[in-house]
Design a binder for this molecule. Structure first.
Ligand SMILES: Nc1ncnc2c1ncn2[C@@H]1O[C@H](COP(=O)(O)OP(=O)(O)OP(=O)(O)O)[C@@H](O)[C@H]1O
Length: 541
């Protein structure tokens, strides 16, 4: 989507909050550097003229000023680069933190619509593009324009005719609509292809074993190669276009230099200018041409920046959950659902659903695939909002309307493999960073995960991405232990016995029913043995 310029500007302005003073200081220092460098040109011209007896004055004094100008120039430009680097890094981190946090809090619509590979590309490349523009490139553009203008005015004061000739020779055609349009199109196409590549790479790597196992390697590889080739072709097209524009630029730049040189030499011979003025001409032409070249070089960066803003704004324009501090409820008697309706977009998944989940009375929720069991869990965890009806928690006779702040009272063990890469201990500590050794052991024992103690590195065993290195049943039991460490009074356990053998399943059910006897227990399950041991069974159909 393309956003209005005023909207983009106010967005950028908001990103720079907290860094504006440092950016202003950087800008002022760079301005000083520009004026010092012009001062240097003026005094070098003067020194040469004094030395050639073309002007009167004190040569030692002129040299003194030249040395001071150069020394101050070095000091000031070092300080300004230091400030700029710091701001760039700090702003980069805070901006990326904000974006990652938003994405971690995104609601189901965004999760469904946005591929993590695409999000990663946007977070890693587009955010860098925006931060660089705010901290460095944007200010450099203004400074370069000032440099160009001041050098041009300086030259104009010395020789107006020459100044006009140089201006006329500048490759202004590069600022044409054609150039902008083509660069904008190429930049958008490249970014789109980068996102597509990000998606395929992420999935091809995540499922690499499965892909080979399912004999899908040839098709997934050719899919990858096709996208990579498309991206390569677009980059080549952009490179060729840049090279052609650079050639045009260099050509006119050299003509500009030659013109100045010939013009100066003839005027020097005719005695119309001094030798000092001639050297100042040659220095100034460099000082006009190089900022001009820089300004033209900024154009593709600027075009990429505009595309990046659109891409990041698209990402930001998704729905996010407002973070609220968790609130622990002292005592929970029951969770009540009444007349609940919920739909994903057009599809109604839950209609007029009613249930009471009481403590000491474990509930089994059963139903065929696609009936809305996982959706019900999402509703209980306030991860999705229902259309109508109510969910409330009964606590000592008080009815608390369910909201995200109550999530901290839940223990949720999702189905499947949900361990993070790192050690088993790190996974457990993610739930309770202060858990004592005995608490960790107890959780593992209740979850029938004693096998952890027999591993060569025990609880410090490192597991790979998606719990690589553990069986599905083992990963599931560690995930249960992790859930148990959270001290919630409402337990939501989704298909926790699906990957276990009969004996372990039986033991796990006994352990959980015992450990959770004063809790509100809700099992989503296809396991008949488990549902038979529950006080009530709710069928979803
Ligand atoms: N993020 C989503 N966006 C749109 N529709 C969804 C989404 N998640 C689930 N659905 C739809 O909602 C319906 C219920 O899905 P849900 O995952 O709750 O079923 P389930 O009973 O848990 O199934 P299973 O036993 O297979 O896990 C399905 O028809 C599914 O297509």
């Amino acid at each position: 989507m393309s956003y209005a310029i005023s909207y983009k500007l106010s967005w950028i302005w908001s990103i720079s909050k907290g860094y504006r003073a440092s950016l202003l200081l950087y800008f002022i220092l760079e301005l000083l550097v520009i004026s010092l460098s012009l001062n240097f040109i003026y005094w070098s011209k003067k020194a040469i003229d004094i030395a050639m007896k073309a002007a009167s004055g004190n040569l030692t004094y002129a040299i003194y000023i030249i040395v001071i100008s150069i020394a101050s120039l070095i000091v000031l430009s070092s300080i300004s680069s230091y400030i700029n680097e710091r701001v760039r890094l700090k702003l980069g981190v805070s901006f990326q933190n904000k974006l990652v946090k938003q994405q971690m809090l995104s609601q189901w619509q965004a999760i469904k619509n946005w591929h993590t590979g695409d999000i990663q590309v946007r977070l890693n490349t587009d955010s860098v593009e925006v931060v660089n523009m705010i901290t460095t490139t944007g200010i450099s553009v203004i400074l370069t324009a000032i440099k160009l203008l001041s050098s041009f005015l300086f030259l104009w004061f010395m020789d107006p005719q020459l100044a006009y000739i140089i201006l006329g020779l500048s490759p202004l055609l590069l600022l044409s609509k054609f150039y902008f349009k083509k660069m904008k199109r190429l930049s958008a196409e490249i970014k789109e292809r980068e996102s597509s590549l990000g998606k395929v790479v992420q999935e091809n790597l995540r499922f690499r074993l499965l892909i080979r196992g399912m004999n899908l390697f040839p098709s997934r590889w050719s899919n990858y190669e096709e996208i990579q080739q498309g991206l390569f072709n677009k980059r080549i097209e952009q490179q060729d276009f840049s090279i052609i524009t650079q050639v045009i630029m260099k050509f006119s730049m050299n003509i500009g230099y030659l013109t100045t040189f010939i013009w100066g030499v003839y005027r020097l011979q005719a005695g119309q200018i001094s030798f000092g003025t001639m050297t100042a001409f040659l220095q100034l032409i460099g000082r006009i041409q190089s900022p001009f070249l820089q300004l033209v070089g900024f154009l593709p960066v600027f075009i990429r920046f505009r595309t990046s803003i659109d891409r990041l704004l698209d990402l930001e324009h998704t729905n996010f959950e407002i973070q609220k501090e968790g609130y622990k409820i002292e005592s929970i008697d029951s969770v009540v659902i009444s007349n609940l309706y919920f739909s994903y977009e057009q599809q109604e998944v839950i209609q007029n659903f009613n249930a009471i989940f009481e403590k000491n009375k474990p509930t089994a929720i059963v139903g065929t695939s696609g009936q809305g069991k996982t959706t019900l869990i999402r509703l209980l965890l306030a991860l999705v909002k229902f259309n109508s009806g109510n969910i409330f928690i009964n606590s000592n006779g008080e009815k608390l309307l369910l909201s995200t702040e109550h999530r901290t009272n839940f223990i949720y063990v999702p189905q499947g493999n949900t361990l993070f890469s790192g050690s088993i201990l790190e996974n457990l500590k993610a739930a309770d960073s202060l858990a004592s050794e005995s608490k960790l052991h107890q959780a593992l024992i209740t979850a029938c995960a004693e096998f952890v103690f027999d591993l060569p590195a025990g609880i410090n065993t490192v597991i790979g991405e998606s719990a690589h290195g553990l069986s599905e049943g083992q990963a599931q039991r560690i995930a249960i232990a992790r859930g148990l460490l959270q001290n919630g009074k409402i337990w939501l356990l989704d298909e926790i016995t699906s990957a276990l053998d009969k004996q372990t399943r039986k033991k796990l059910i006994t352990n959980l029913l015992l450990a959770g006897k004063d809790k509100v227990l809700i099992f989503v399950t296809h396991d008949k043995e488990l549902s038979e041991q529950c006080s009530q069974t709710i069928y979803m159909k």
